[in-house]
Ligand binder design. Structure first.
Ligand code: GUN
Ligand code: ZN
Length: 440
């Protein structure tokens, strides 16, 4: 049994809709963890009364002066694009051809795949991300590599083999049949293996034939609790291309809907150029959106309409979308999400922001029975945040008067320097000690 003493923040309700207090905050809190799961979380002195025996038996780690929060959940990221993050290109389609496809081609080499997967997982931990929904490449070995690396750290992670049989370099293309066969084998090997889950991963409609989308449909029907991840309505040129490739479709999203790929276990990145009928279809299907602000700005894709998503009650998580996205940091990603929303007439609050990055993300991945806050029995994936990690932040924090002000300054100024430690199932997997960064 372990216990961690610090200020503690988590969410118990959705601040986008709840008029009640959506969060819990203990200035002097204690998180007790047994066998990797939350045993109790409350005010330190309250727990001293209610759980004296557990506290007596616990090894208490004192993080006083720091803030414990649930680990961040990145609902859309490409590990195979780690090495080409921040590549100067024009918009999406040019960027894909010039940088993305060539780098993904390297993942036929299992050594490159494992080396990159290890580095990627360390980046997640260093940035306080404890769960991610991850695109691999079209190579089977790229999926093995990311699952193996996540397994080594005990991380909860979802990934899948990219299905792509046209409009991409020959060497990256599979076929409808081979993508079905390979995905099926990978599902049997990895889905529900410890904390790992599989996502059927058609890259996006333009790189799949209708036959391949049918193969994806077959997998989703055959394995009802499988995830599905893809991209939709990201860029005007892409939307136009889809309307030419699928002339019968009412909209881009309609292509996926037609093949039964709009489900309560599907997560669609971007969702910028959706219309009301699309949003209604997503709401009916209970499909999730992954909002990817740094990517949408970097690739000049457009501004996500947060208000429209909220009005429809869409399930929403946030994605770094590295390498289209420009940072692994969830603070940086929230910073840019605030600005994207501001440009689109929505004033995103700090509580809403941190909710999306934690419990909201867990809900969007149907993992809120295990992750997202410190309810008793949940998996104890958490981070220890240093609000005063830089000289500027220390100065700024000394002028804040409320938790809201502190959280806002944190998301606007924060980055990986603010992550003091990252714990997976209670175990410390990453921490900084002064200026020395250590991977346990
Ligand atoms: N659409 C299809 N593939 C990709 C990708 O790799 N990144 C982004 N941002 N959009 C895509
Ligand atoms: Zn993406």
């Amino acid at each position: 049994m372990k216990a961690f003493r610090a200020s503690i923040l988590d969410f118990i309700d959705d601040p986008f809709i709840s008029s009640e207090q959506s969060f819990r905050y203990f200035e002097d809190g204690l998180l007790i963890v047994e066998n990797g799961l939350v045993l109790a979380c409350d005010d330190y002195f309250t727990l001293k009364n209610t759980h004296p025996d557990e506290i007596a038996r616990s090894n208490i780690e004192d993080y006083s002066g720091y803030l414990i929060m649930p680990g961040f959940i990145d609902t859309h990221v490409h590990y195979v694009q780690t090495d080409m993050i921040a590549s100067h290109a024009k918009q999406l389609l040019d960027w894909l051809e010039t940088y993305t496809f060539p780098i993904e081609n390297r993942f036929s080499d299992p050594k490159i795949a494992k080396d990159t997967a290890d580095f990627f997982i360390q980046q997640l931990l260093q940035n306080g991300t404890t769960t991610a929904m991850v695109f691999a490449s079209s190579h089977v070995q790229s999926v093995d590599a990311i699952f193996e690396s996540a397994l080594e750290q005990g991380m909860r992670l979802i990934s899948g083999k990219v299905m792509m049989d046209r409009n991409a370099p020959e060497s990256l293309c599979d076929t409808a049949q081979s993508s079905y066969d390979d995905s099926r084998k990978l599902i049997k090997k990895w889905h529900h293996h410890q904390r790992l889950d599989y996502a059927v991963t058609p890259r996006f409609a333009p790189t799949s034939s209708e036959e391949q989308l049918e193969a994806a449909q077959q997998l989703v029907e055959e394995f009802p609790d499988i995830y599905l991840q893809s991209h939709v309505a990201e860029n005007p040129g892409e939307v136009e291309w889809v309307s030419k490739l699928f002339p019968w479709s009412r909209s881009y999203l309609d292509v996926y809907d037609h093949y039964g790929l709009l489900t309560a276990r599907s997560v669609y990145a971007h969702c910028i150029y959706l219309d009301e009928a699309d949003r209604e279809a997503m709401a009916q299907a209970e499909a999730s959106v992954s909002f990817c602000p740094t990517s949408n700005l970097f690739l000049g894709s457009g501004l996500f309409d947060m208000q429209a998503a909220i009005d429809k009650g869409l399930r929403l998580g946030i994605g770094t979308d590295v390498g289209g996205g420009t940072s692994f940091s969830m603070f940086t990603t929230l910073n840019e999400s605030y600005k994207v929303c501001a440009m689109n007439g929505f004033n995103l609050s700090p509580l809403q922001s941190f909710y999306i990055a934690t419990l909201g993300g867990a809900k969007s991945l149907n993992l809120d029975d295990r992750l997202g806050n410190f309810n008793v029995g949940k998996e104890a994936d958490f981070i220890v945040v240093d609000l005063n990690a830089t000289a500027l932040m220390k100065r700024r924090m000394s002028h804040t008067e409320s938790l809201n002000e502190q959280l806002f300054a944190l998301m606007m100024l924060g980055d990986d320097r603010n992550i003091k430690a990252t714990h997976i199932m209670g175990e410390r997997k990453y921490w900084t000690n002064g200026s020395v960064k250590v991977n346990d």
